[in-house]
Design a protein around this ligand. Structure first.
Ligand code: GLU
Length: 418
C-alpha cells in the first residue's frame, strides 16, 4: 500500500524510498532505520521504520518533521510486499494465527491477527533473503480456539504445499496450544519430504524484547534442513543467542511469558540454530519422497487431570460418552482408588483409558503401588514418558485408525517420535 501524499512528499524530498536507511527528526527526537512498506492498517500519516534492533516503530509525520537519506538500499535489500520469484528454495508459510502472525496498528499500538499473506513479509522482510516465501493465511485464530477440524485442514494443506514443490513448511501458531498441534501433526503426517516447522512468539513485534523475528528466521533455516519430521523452533534461552529445535511430540510450553518457554521433555532438543548455523545433534528421521497424511481422528477423547478429592461421580461426568480417556495421573500414574471401579466399567464398555503422569518428567510405572496395579487390572494402558497432550492426540488418531486395537502404539511411537 502507498503512503499518504504528505508522507510521500517528505520521502521524495529526501530522495528516499522503501528499503532506504534514513534518519527522521520529529518533535526533537531522532530515529534512524529502514523505511518499511505501508500496511493497510498503518495510519495515514504514520511512517514505519525498522530499527537496527529489528524492532518496527511508527512515527507520526507532522509539521516540522525532517527526513535525511543516510544510505540507499541495495536492490536486493528492498523489502517487497509481494514475494519475488528469486530462484531461492520455496518455503510455504501456513499461518494459523497467534502473536507470531500478528502485526501492529501504529495508530493505536494494538496488535492484530494477520489477515493477509503479505503481513508476514511486512513484519520480517529478511525472510525473502532466505527463501521464496509462499505465504497463506489458513486461519486467524488465537490458538486456544484450535480444534480437530483445523488440525485436519492444516495437515492436508501441508501435504498440498509439498506437492506444489515446497522444500519445507512453516506453521506460525499461537504458543498456548502449539505443542498440541505439533503432536497432532506428528501423528497425522505419515511421510514427509521436508521439515514441518511450528513457530510462535511470546512477545509481539511491537515490543523491543520480541522474539518473533529471530524465531521466524531460525524456523526458516530449519525448514531448509534435511529433516523429515514435525519440529518446533523457539528461543532456547532468554537472551537472543540461539533457538532450539524440538521434536513435535516431545515439546511443551513450560512458562507463561518467558521467551525460552518451550522445552523438550524427557529428551534433548534435536539441535540448535545459532545465527545462520543449523546444528542437528540427535538422530532425526530422513526425507521421504512424497508427503502423505492420515488425518482421521476420533474427537471424542477426554483429558482428565487427577487431583485429591476427585469423586467417582465427578469422574463419570467428565468421561461420560467418551470413546477414549487420557488421565494425567499423579506421580507414577495414579488416580484415587475410588475411581478404579468407574474405570473398569468404562473399559468393559469399550472405552480406552490410558495413563500419563502430571509430573511430565519421568515415566509412568503402574507396578509399584497397589493403586497402580488395580488400575492395570481395570484395563488402564500406561503411556510411559509420553506427555499427556501427546497421549491425547495419539489416542485420537489410534481410535480413528484401529478402533478395536488395545495397547499404546509403542512401535509407531518409537519409530517416529522417540
Ligand atoms: N493465547 C494466544 C495464542 O496462543 C496468544 C499467545 C501467543 O500467540 O503466544 O494464540
Amino acid at each position: 500500500m502507498e503512503y499518504s501524499d504528505a508522507t510521500k512528499e517528505l520521502l521524495n524530498g529526501a530522495g528516499a524510498s522503501i528499503g532506504d536507511h534514513i534518519s527522521v527528526t520529529t518533535r526533537g527526537a531522532v530515529q534512524r532505520g529502514m523505511v518499511m512498506p505501508r500496511h493497510m492498517f498503518t495510519g495515514p500519516d504514520i511512517l514505519v521504520l525498522k530499527l537496527s534492533s529489528g524492532y518496527n516503530i511508527g512515527l507520526r509525520i507532522g509539521e516540522g518533521t525532517t527526513l535525511v537519506l543516510i544510505e540507499e538500499a541495495k536492490k536486493e535489500e528492498r523489502p517487497s510486499s509481494t514475494p519475488p520469484g528469486t530462484g531461492l528454495p520455496p518455503v510455504a508459510f501456513l499461518s494459523t494465527g497467534g502473536t507470531i502472525a500478528s502485526y501492529v496498528d501504529y495508530r493505536t499500538g494494538a496488535v492484530h491477527p494477520a489477515v493477509e499473506a503479505q503481513d508476514l513479509l511486512f513484519t520480517v522482510p529478511e525472510l525473502s533473503d532466505l527463501c521464496e516465501v509462499r505465504s497463506t493465511v489458513l486461519s486467524s485464530i488465537l490458538s486456544e480456539d484450535m480444534d480437530v477440524a483445523l488440525w485436519q485442514e492444516l495437515a492436508n494443506a501441508i501435504v498440498l504445499e509439498f506437492e506444489k514443490g515446497a522444500r519445507g513448511v512453516i506453521v506460525p501458531h499461537g504458543t498456548d496450544t502449539l505443542g498440541y498441534t505439533a503432536a497432532a501433526l506428528s501423528y497425522m503426517l505419515t511421510s514427509l519430504p521436508g521439515p514441518v516447522v511450528l513457530v510462535g512468539s511470546q512477545r509481539s513485534s511491537d515490543r523491543p524484547s520480541s522474539d518473533a523475528t529471530m524465531n521466524l528466521l531460525a524456523a526458516t533455516r530449519v525448514a531448509l534442513a534435511p529433516i523429515g519430521e514435525v519440529v518446533v523452533v523457539m528461543h532456547d534461552s532468554s537472551s537472543d543467542d540461539r533457538c532450539a529445535i524440538h521434536r513435535g511430540s516431545r515439546v511443551r510450553k513450560m512458562h507463561t511469558s518467558r521467551r525460552d518457554a518451550f522445552q523438550s521433555i524427557n529428551t534433548l532438543p534435536l539441535g540448535y540454530v545459532e545465527g545462520k548455523e543449523v546444528t542437528i545433534l540427535e538422530k532425526v528421521r530422513g526425507l521421504e519422497k512424497r508427503a502423505a497424511a492420515d488425518t482421521r481422528m476420533e474427537p471424542n477423547v477426554v483429558l482428565v487431570h487427577a487431583y485429591p478429592g476427585i469423586t467417582p461421580a465427578r469422574f463419570s461426568g467428565m468421561t461420560s460418552g467418551a470413546k477414549g480417556v487420557v488421565i494425567a495421573g499423579t506421580g507414577l500414574g495414579h488416580i484415587s482408588s475410588d475411581i478404579v471401579p468407574v474405570i473398569s466399567k468404562l473399559v468393559a464398555g469399550g472405552v480406552r483409558v490410558v495413563m500419563t503422569s502430571q509430573c511430565l518428567w519421568g515415566s509412568t510405572n503402574l507396578n509399584v503401588y497397589s493403586t497402580g496395579r488395580e488400575l492395570l487390572q481395570a484395563g488402564v494402558e500406561p503411556c510411559g514418558d509420553m506427555l499427556p497432550e501427546t497421549a491425547l492426540v495419539e489416542l485420537m488418531c489410534r481410535l480413528a485408525r484401529q478402533p478395536g486395537k488395545r495397547g499404546t502404539d509403542a512401535g509407531h511411537r518409537r519409530e517416529r517420535h522417540e
